[in-house]
Ligand binder design. Structure first.
Ligand SMILES: Nc1ncnc2c1ncn2[C@@H]1O[C@H](COP(=O)(O)OP(=O)(O)OP(=O)(O)O)[C@@H](O)[C@H]1O
Length: 263
């Protein structure tokens, strides 16, 4: 299908129901979404609306039970086997007994890259996340923000075009988060990656994204998809402009519409 060729992720009527001991849990239903090359897509919605589940379906860590999904025009399984994406988790998830460069090297070692190639990729990805010179440190010697940047470097080591990020900055204080948001935008602009990013924060979603996917729970579904009108170049004070506030308002309205206050 021509439509899917330029789509990095294409979901049609996607649903996922978990079978649990307490009965079926309908985590996602009727999700239709097209993520294009170079998009920065944020997924925002309350706890339990299926944001992580959707990312895990893209990554082939969960299987959809309804509908269709293509990643880089192939099944998620083939995309995973082709190393089509890097995945950044909520916590940095670095091995404490390995240095930063050894943490980045681990998946490259498993894949059989030569020592020279590993070093080249480690140096390159460390510089992309502004951590050059920190490769020999252990995770505990770095701040939380630096650890999260190291885990982004690890996800970039394969040079996959698609980066899946599950609330990577959720545990960091606001100033550090602002700084990392700026750095992530710079990295995205420089590398032309496609990014799918889960967040709970309206300002973060609006600041980062070209497209904002608003979700609601029970069962998780998409209630609004907002194409951002903000320019690609975004200084932090863009967050005070009327255009930014108007998008934030629309996200908030979408969240309110899908929210039940009885829970
Ligand atoms: N392996 C699983 N087995 C059963 N139910 C699951 C499983 N994984 C997720 N769920 C359920 O699916 C729903 C969606 O979960 P998911 O983690 O995707 O939500 P989320 O939007 O990412 O939430 P949060 O913002 O809290 O991370 C929840 O009701 C959750 O309890």
């Amino acid at each position: 299908m021509a439509e899917n060729q330029s789509s990095v992720v294409s979901a049609k009527n996607l649903g996922l129901t978990f079978q649990t001991n307490d009965g079926p849990v309908n985590a996602l239903t009727g999700v239709n979404l097209d993520v294009r090359k170079g998009d920065f897509v944020s997924f925002i919605g309350p706890s339990g609306c299926g944001k992580t589940t959707f990312l895990r379906v893209i990554a082939d860590l969960e299987k959809a039970t309804e509908g269709q999904i293509l990643v880089n025009g192939t099944t998620p399984e083939d995309a995973r086997k082709n190393r089509s994406y890097g995945y950044v988790f909520q916590a940095a998830a670095l091995y404490p007994w390995r240095t930063i460069e050894k943490n980045i090297a681990l998946p490259l070692e498993i894949m059989g890259y030569s020592k020279d190639e590993q070093k080249k990729r480690i140096d390159h990805t460390l510089s992309l996340v502004n951590l050059s010179g920190f490769g020999k440190k252990y995770p505990w010697q770095l701040s939380g923000g630096m650890q999260q940047r190291a885990s982004i470097a690890r996800a970039l080591a394969f040079d996959a075009d698609l980066l899946l990020m599950d609330e990577p900055f959720g545990a960091l204080d606001e100033i550090v988060r602002d700084h990392l948001n700026q750095q992530l935008l710079e990295l995205w602009a420089r590398t032309n990656k496609t990014i799918c990013f889960v967040t709970h924060s309206i300002p973060e979603a609006v600041y980062l994204s070209t497209k904002i996917v608003v979700m609601s729970p029970r069962p998780g579904r998409v209630t609004d998809i907002i194409e951002s009108t903000l320019p690609k170049e975004r200084p932090l004070d863009i967050r005070e402009t009327p255009e930014f506030l108007a998008i934030a308002h629309r996200v908030r309205e979408g969240l309110k519409a899908g929210h039940s206050y009885d829970d």
